[in-house]
Design a protein around this ligand. Sequence first.
Ligand SMILES: Cc1cc2nc3c(=O)[nH]c(=O)nc-3n(C[C@H](O)[C@H](O)[C@H](O)COP(=O)(O)OP(=O)(O)OC[C@H]3O[C@@H](n4cnc5c(N)ncnc54)[C@H](O)[C@@H]3O)c2cc1C
Ligand code: SF4
Ligand code: SF4
Ligand code: SF4
Length: 371
Amino acid sequence: MINLTDRRQCCGCSACADACPHRAIRMAEDGMGFKYPEVDEKLCTDCGICNAVCAFKPAGKNELMRTEAIRFPALLDKSQSGGLGFALMRKAIWEGRVVYGAAMGDDFCVRHIRVTEESGLEPLRLSKYVQSDMSGVPAMVLEDLAAGRKVLFTGTPCQCAGVASLAGKYRENLLLTDIICHGVPSPAVWRDFIKHQEDAKGKPVTAAIFRDKALGWHDHRETVFFGNEKQVSSDYTFLFYRHLMLRPSCSACPFASLTRPSDITMADCWGVEQTLPGFADDNRGCSLLIVHSKAGESFTETFPDECVRMDAPIVPEKQPNLFHPSVPNKRAKSFENTYIRKGYAAALRRFGQDSCSNRIDQFIKKVKRHI
Ligand SMILES: Cc1cc2nc3c(=O)[nH]c(=O)nc-3n(C[C@H](O)[C@H](O)[C@H](O)COP(=O)(O)OP(=O)(O)OC[C@H]3O[C@@H](n4cnc5c(N)ncnc54)[C@H](O)[C@@H]3O)c2cc1C
Ligand code: SF4
Ligand code: SF4
Ligand code: SF4
């Protein structure tokens, strides 16, 4: 049975829970809102299936075949990068596939959902920089495949690996699209970030966007809406990019590599202004498309949506997560302890951008620049 001694060894994909024939595994949240399998030993028969399906290990053999810069002019404003994700999902729906992707609910929690109609794709647009809940999803994908339906699954590489491990003999009807993944932040901190905005304003948050394109593709701050009024904050972004609240498995990620469990990888085409001058200089976004398999190659040959595309190299210094996992902050454990014991506001005061420690760090950096 699954016996986790190190939280870094579990990405929370839910494959083990869905594969257990005795429903002995439940995915339970820890203090950061990350889900881990919990085994009910009374129900467990020690059959070993859960360990066998766990795909949190170096990926199979899908290596890099081709990379290109691609943008869909009509989709740019409502997509995170160049609109590749939405274009792939729309094409899949038009071809009769079932689509899975990450959606933010009215409660601001992010979960993977199943979509069968084009109108259902709206919530899947844009990146949600928080771990998406996969409870029950690998089983739903398997059910679709077993019923003879073709599926496009979009998600992090580890989520793709989890789904692929359950797909087994149906793998050829499953198209997997992952992202270059910096790591997933804490769902609990995200929920508290929203609540903190509401408390400060005295009004409910009505919508939230992680990286609002209205501020430009290169901007990364969170925008929250109170009806027609909006407010931009970098508090959450700061904690994310300081690696203070990433899932522990993200620092041991076996998928920070060009070899992937997926057929297609989508990402921001960072560095395109230098590699292809004039192609996407308007700060409105550009996607990087990486093809890993023949199925990925044939699916991305044409798109119903109008696009401009060109072969483009990866710029390694702009895509560190293609080569190694994000390095955890030395203070991440301390952040977690403070957050769990004292709450979001206390953790923000101690570790946020206005904290004494950050001001000292900034001061030291400034001094070093002048030495
Ligand atoms: C947590 C996270 C970390 C990322 N790190 C990097 C990085 O280091 N470098 C880089 O170049 N790109 C990174 N990306 C990818 C990038 O932000 C865009 O998601 C990607 O380029 C697709 O943009 P698009 O315009 O093609 O797709 P869109 O049309 O905006 O569609 C968004 C797609 O992303 C999926 N998605 C959104 N949120 C999540 C989530 N939380 N979990 C799983 N799937 C999700 C949706 O299912 C959908 O398919 C990251 C994305 C996420 C969610
Ligand atoms: S060993 Fe078998 S019965 Fe026990 S939790 Fe794993 S899959 Fe379920
Ligand atoms: S990585 Fe996925 S399959 Fe493996 S233990 Fe964690 S939730 Fe289960
Ligand atoms: S960094 Fe790796 S472990 Fe973390 S969410 Fe991304 S793919 Fe999964």
